[in-house]
Design a protein around this ligand. Structure first.
Ligand code: SF4
Ligand code: SF4
Length: 167
């Protein structure tokens, strides 16, 4: 044990919509069974099925259908975990990155709530796009300031995710 097993249970960014807006099923996944287990599957186009994130089977810490989870979930290993597994980065350093990413994601969620975007079941990127596309409230002197702050917070989060998790 070197702490690597602690990373995913303390993270969940690939299940809670911080990293992905949805997850596509792969060949071999049993859509019927996964639906019964609680995944909210929908047709995505070109005959593909996908489930939106935050994943309905994520309890905030762990996967509720771990043994039966879809193929994409079984095979996904983020860049951070990969580097920790190959000793390119210590588990302690990886945990610090996770803590920082979650802090930045929480800041974005907090700012979204301030803009009136309170549907936590909608993927983070969709909430952000909707908030930025909404007409400016001319009666609210802080509207522009809030949008600016949100844009910076999303930028900070994306930079970290791109650098540490997505490659
Ligand atoms: S983003 Fe990486 S470290 Fe976090 S839960 Fe997913 S695989 Fe684990
Ligand atoms: S099925 Fe499990 S591993 Fe896959 S996104 Fe949902 S909670 Fe995460």
């Amino acid at each position: 044990m070197n702490g690597i097993e602690q990373l995913c249970p303390n993270c969940g960014l690939c299940c809670d919509s911080t990293l992905f807006a949805d997850v596509e099923l792969r060949a071999g996944d049993d859509a019927k069974t996964l639906k019964k287990l609680g995944l909210s599957l929908e047709k995505k186009g070109r005959g593909k099925m996908a489930f939106a994130q935050p994943c309905a089977c994520f309890d905030g810490k762990l996967c509720g259908i771990y043994q039966a989870r879809p193929k994409r979930c079984r095979t996904f290993v983020c860049g951070l975990l990969k580097r920790a597994e190959t000793d390119e980065m210590s588990a302690g350093a990886a945990l610090k990155k996770i803590t920082e990413a979650k802090k930045r994601a929480e800041k974005v969620r907090g700012l979204l709530r301030q803009t009136g975007s309170t549907d936590e079941a909608t993927p983070l990127t969709h909430r952000y796009s909707e908030a930025m596309a909404a007409p400016m409230d001319m009666a609210d002197e802080h509207d522009a300031e809030r949008r600016g702050e949100l844009m910076l917070a999303v930028n900070d989060l994306m930079n970290l995710l791109q650098r540490d998790f997505l490659r």
